[in-house]
Write a protein that binds this ligand. Structure first.
Ligand code: G3H
Length: 483
């Protein structure tokens, strides 16, 4: 099944027609964040190879666009089955490449298989629009309007390291369902996992020239592909700074961006304190906080602060910390540089008067689960996205005060409010500037049939199942004049 994607330890790229070695001699080493062992080597595609990929997909997309919905949905169903069958192999690479804990790695593959199947089912049921004239002054009943969803062309999908399988899949499946071709640019760390995913789609029977996956220097690939005239849409998940850079060079094309986040959890006095502590612990620390939707700030109302913080410490202590993703829940961050950046954030907070009441130490790229109290806006940890197992806490007194504090953020992806008072829940939910407000649950992209979007510097466009298909198609309007 996966033999053709590599020779020995060297993984190839897929140019739309075949798995190939790049003519660039230097390969990129993928080292495990767990023990620095080499997981494999990946290709470093050059400009000529990238442009050839676009040419291959230009032809293939036209053929794919003419397939029936039934054919597309059947291939997605088959791809989903193949993924599910190979869950163990693919998830093992997530352990090795990005140190994702075993359970979360398996969940990621199964979730991807489900997204793929559900996307196929959704495209079968996607409806167009029918409109009549005669609704405005001085118009007659003599025109009918049909609106249908047609393919957008070639989609460039750029996925991040934290969900290299799932966030690749959630770009590939809707692109294909909509009749598009897709070039996937996976992250460098996580690339090998994503290459396995692409092979599942190829083996499901996609015609040639419909999917491609390229690897190499992200900046070089971005500079060539993002502005390419034959690429009609870019679906990107990653940092706000990279998103801004892509937007600058992309020109006129559809942009669907999921960028950074600084998700806040707000715990009000009358919340169910035990449940809230559990939810916040999961929200802040799962996959060591390396999730765009992780809780990255906690605001606690004064009356419950001592008790909630005590419970949070108790819950956090239950997490197993270590270097082995097979048994540990808090595992090393993917890069040492990132871990050092997180350590700097903690030091900055301490220097400015915050108290580290748990963790706070770094061992190589492993950061202990950390809780910091007395966090104020002048500290970097209050505004910068940490992407790490670090929970900064600030206390507050009134609802309006906390709403103002949360809305100071440049981000607006997801946030949560915990309370048993429905009026207060809605008061807060309606005033927080965010794509999604969760009431009594921690932020999360899933379930994947829910719309997922960011406002402010957290993104543009909407993801989901139906939403992603709609974003990756365009409307074609046909007007008929009748007697
Ligand atoms: O990291 C960004 C992901 O879209 C978050 O997904 O909420 O399912 O962890 P998740």
């Amino acid at each position: 099944m996966f033999e053709e994607i590599k020779i020995n330890n060297e993984y190839k790229y897929y140019n739309g027609h075949e798995w190939k070695h790049s003519s660039v001699f230097e390969k990129i080493e993928i080292k495990s964040p767990v023990n620095s062992s080499i997981v494999g080597m990946i290709q470093n595609c050059n400009e000529e190879e990238l442009k050839e990929v676009v040419e291959n997909l230009k032809k293939g997309q036209k053929i794919w666009a003419s397939t029936t919905i039934d054919e597309r949905a059947n291939i997605l169903k088959k791809a989903s089955q193949i993924m599910q069958t190979h869950t163990e192999t693919i998830s093992d690479f997530l352990l090795k490449e990005i140190a994702k804990p075993k359970k979360e790695a398996v969940d990621e593959v199964i979730r991807s298989a489900q997204i793929t199947r559900f996307t196929g089912e959704t495209i079968r049921n996607l409806e167009g629009i029918y409109l009549e004239s005669g609704v405005f002054y001085n118009t007659k009943n003599n025109k009918k309007c049909l609106v249908k969803h047609i393919p957008i062309g070639i989609v460039l999908g750029i996925a991040p390291y934290n969900y290299p399988v799932n966030l690749s899949c959630s770009k590939i499946a809707p692109a294909l369902a909509g009749g598009n071709a897709i070039i996937l640019k996976p992250p460098i760390i996580g690339c090998i996992s994503a290459l396995h995913l692409v092979q599942c789609f190829i083996k499901a029977g996609l015609p040639k020239g419909v999917i491609a996956v390229v690897s190499g220097d992200p900046k070089k690939i971005g500079d060539i592909l993002a502005p390419h005239k034959d690429i009609s849409a870019i679906s990107f998940t990653g940092s706000t700074s990279t998103g801004k850079q892509i937007a600058k060079i992309a020109g006129i094309k559809k942009l669907i961006f999921e960028l950074g986040g600084k998700g806040s959890a707000i715990a009000l006095n009358e919340c169910n304190i035990e449940k809230t502590a559990k939810e916040i612990t999961t929200g802040a620390f799962s996959y060591s906080g390396q999730r765009c939707t992780a809780i990255k700030r906690l605001f606690v109302q004064n009356k419950i602060a001592d008790k909630l913080i005590l419970l949070l410490k108790q819950e956090t202590r239950k997490l197993s910390v270590g270097w082995d993703p097979l048994i540990n829940q808090i595992t090393p961050l993917v890069g040492l540089k990132h871990a050092e950046f997180v350590e700097d954030l903690i030091t900055d907070a301490k220097e400015k008067g915050a108290h580290v009441i748990m963790g706070g130490t770094r061992n190589g790229n492993l950061i202990e689960p950390t809780i910091i109290v007395k966090v104020s806006i002048d500290m970097k940890i209050a505004s910068v996205e940490q992407f790490a197992p670090v929970l900064p806490i600030t206390c507050f007194e009134t609802l309006d005060e906390v709403i103002k504090l949360v809305n100071q953020s440049e981000y607006g992806l997801q946030s949560s409010v915990f309370t048993q008072d429905i009026d207060k829940a809605f008061y807060v939910a309606e005033r927080i500037q965010t794509g999604t407000m969760n009431i009594n649950c921690s932020p999360s992209r899933g379930p994947d049939n829910f719309p997922f979007l960011g406002i402010k510097n957290s993104g543009i466009g909407v993801a989901g199942i139906k939403e992603s298909i709609l974003e990756m198609t365009k409307e074609k309007v046909i007007v008929i004049r009748t007697l």
